[in-house]
Design a protein around this ligand. Sequence first.
Ligand code: PEP
Length: 229
Amino acid sequence: MAGSGSNMKNIWIIANWKSNKTIAEALDWVSKVGPAIPKRDGLKVVICPTFSCISEVKKAVTVGNFPLMVGVQDLSPFGVGAYTGEEPAKLLEDYVNLAILGHSERRQNFGETDEMVAKKAEQALANSTIPLICVQNEETPVPEDCKLVAYEPVWAIGTGNPDTPQNAADVAKKLKQKYGGELQVLYGGSVTSQNVKSFVSQENIDGVLVGNASLDAEEFIKIVKGCEE
Ligand code: PEP
């Protein structure tokens, strides 16, 4: 089992639903996945739904007492105030534990820059929300005080063509050398129940960020179980 005994390490499994699922679909997923997740300290399973589903998902997780955390896929770089259309960390902190920041789809489609990612990370940190910074490689800057990173090569996202576990582990190791040993590094890009174990069994990889394969409840349960084998 990953993370047993004295070598216990955290395993993060983060579901990025992107712009998918109605509230009814989201609640159906939670009702299937919630009871199937083992309760164990180092296993950190996070659902990142759309903003419109967050309060209902949070309620379902709380009522079911499921070992699931809730996250967002983005955050405002500003605080509360006159910022039309933005979702500030301050107003989300009662619902979420984590924020995915700097995802390549935001960088490509919404012009997100490293500077904007740093401002969003500051907002997250000031409002009890863990920033998960997405990087292309060890050259992408990780803002100060951020301790959770996802290495996501853009060519591996949604393509069915994952990086090799060895290369992902090399990048993770370089990131840890650069930012310090307490940095936790996840891999993301075409992770499935078939390949998840090959990534999380690498010494320097602390979990996975999962897009497409997280949408299906049965497949996601298999991904979690695959990490626990
Ligand atoms: C992602 O978008 O973060 C991702 C990893 O997507 P997929 O798993 O679909 O490649």
